[in-house]
Design a binder for this molecule. Structure first.
Ligand code: AMP
Ligand code: ZN
Length: 473
């Protein structure tokens, strides 16, 4: 079966064929965080999704080059820098570090490149110069430069590739800032923003005077510089499709760098929102959890990762703490099964048993249907548990099952550290003492030792090979 993605550009499922079909290389760009605060787990739904795309491409034998930018200059950042009275870099640096740490906690593979917008100002200026030279961008008296959608369309450009647009009413509802009064049309967007006093020390020289880049041009400049003018995959949350991604396409394709028929990006993938009681989780609504909020409540990165990966990426779903508790239960079922398989397999090794890998691949080939992939995983757990309980599984089969799990976990990334965890010596000593007490028929003492073990976070599980300790999840 072929790998298919739902391409927002064609609004249909399409087979994934890289721009260079004979090769393995895939260029992949995901709009990164705006580092003015801690990211919330809604943001991380999108980044865990990007990690799923990247890991699955690797699983399918591709070699993705994963780029995630860091937006470190933008209106909100400037506002915060002004009120905190500290240099831009110092302010954004600490949120960037926190973001990267959170990505690691969620076991996301580090993007191959994480370019900072502030390090690509010359590239942004060069693109804007091209757009001005081609007559699709214009300078206003305040030293700003705007992209003219009308002129772009008149020159043959196609605006509205990702979303169907009503050109009559385009952006009339969008708030027009007072310093944007000079725009020719309300639909036009800023490529360069002329310096204003509120910008403080945040400005760069340019052919149009001092100022700073608009947000959209940042992504065009960084993606084309690192992945080429035409690349395979562009990802982001669904709220970015318009205007951010639409504007990225217009700016990039408006520069005249593409040959006829060539596009800025071949496949656009958008992740649906994480909701809270039916509303988008967002800073502005105040209905958000950061990853750190959840860690403080005792949840783990792998539990949050599991929850964020349960639904199909194009379906929005409600975040609840009950959902997170269900993830904990689901993971402990997997952990238990893996622990039993490991015990049975002992020193045997075997190549992956094909069924699980096959069903898992079929599910994810179908536009990354993670819900179906988990279905395959839990059906496999059920079958393994049954064979283990019936004693119909041979050690070599257990080893093959474990290999299959390890293979698919390259994509899921939820390797059960807890299952592999061996009990500390202190716990093993308590367990020995309890066994000795039972042997001596000192049942009261045996029970109190069991309670002590439980109070320290471990459970005694009686198995045919004698008692074992496992973490009390
Ligand atoms: P920002 O830092 O605001 O630029 O957002 C970073 C990424 O998070 C973007 O791709 C957004 O589309 C995405 N995002 C924001 N809110 C949510 C949400 N509630 N669910 C999923 N993705 C989101
Ligand atoms: Zn972007």
């Amino acid at each position: 079966m072929a790998l298919k993605f739902f391409n927002t550009l064609s609004r249909s499922l399409q087979e994934f064929v890289p721009l260079v079909p004979s090769g393995k290389k895939v260029g992949m760009y995901c709009c990164g965080p705006t580092v003015y605060d801690l990211a919330h787990i809604g943001n991380f739904r999108t980044f865990v999704f990007a990690d799923l795309v990247r890991r699955y491409l690797e699983f399918r034998g591709f070699e993705p080059q994963h780029v995630m930018n860091v937006t470190d200059v933008e209106d909100k950042i400037i506002r915060h820098v002004r009120s905190a009275q500290i240099p831009l870099r110092e302010y954004t640096g600490k949120f960037e570090q926190a973001f990267l740490e959170d990505l690691r906690t969620l076991n996301c593979r580090a993007p191959h490149q994480t370019p900072h917008a502030t390090e690509f100002i010359p590239e942004m200026i060069a693109l804007i110069e091209k757009l001005v030279a081609r007559g699709v961008a214009y300078r206003t008296p305040d030293g700003s430069v705007y992209f003219s959608i009308e002129k772009y369309r008149a020159a043959g450009g196609q605006y509205g590739q990702l979303v169907h647009l009503d050109f009559e009413n385009l952006r009339v509802g969008e708030r027009v800032r007072s310093d944007e009064y000079a725009k020719e049309s309300v639909a036009d967007f800023a490529l360069w923003k002329g310096r204003v006093p509120e910008d403080g020390a945040v400005f760069w020289p340019s052919p149009w005077g001092e100022g700073r880049p608009g947000w959209h041009i940042e992504c065009s400049a960084m993606s084309m510089k690192l992945l080429g003018t035409s690349f395979d995959l562009h990802l982001g949350g669904e709220d970015l499709a318009f205007p951010h991604h639409e504007d990225e396409i217009a700016q990039s394709e408006g520069c005249g760098l593409h040959t006829p028929g060539q596009h800025f990006v071949k496949y656009w993938l958008h992740a649906a929102h994480l909701l809270v009681e039916g509303k988008k989780m967002s800073k502005s609504l105040g209905n958000f959890f950061t990853l750190r909020d959840l860690l403080t409540k005792g949840y783990t990165g792998r539990e949050v990762r599991h929850l964020l990966l349960t639904a199909h990426y194009r379906e929005s779903f409600n975040f609840t703490l009950e959902g997170l508790a269900a993830s904990r239960t689901a993971l402990s079922r997997i952990d238990e099964c893996l622990a039993k398989l490991t015990e049975l397999a002992e020193t045997h090794t075997a190549p992956p048993a094909p069924e699980l890998v096959q069903r898992f691949t079929e599910a994810l080939d179908d536009d990354l249907n993670a819900a179906a992939a988990w279905g395959a995983v839990f059906e496999w757990v059920r079958q393994c548990n049954k064979a283990l309980a019936d004693h119909t599984m041979a050690p070599a089969a257990a080893a093959a099952a474990l290999s299959a799990w390890r293979k698919i976990d390259e994509v899921l990334g939820i390797s059960p550290a807890a299952a592999a965890e061996t009990a500390p010596a202190e716990m093993l000593a308590l367990l020995d003492a309890r066994q000795a007490a039972r042997k001596a028929k000192a049942f009261k003492r045996a029970d109190s030792l069991r309670d002590e073990i439980k109070a320290k976070g471990w459970l005694i599980e009686d198995t045919p090979k004698g008692p074992k300790l496992k973490r009390n999840a």
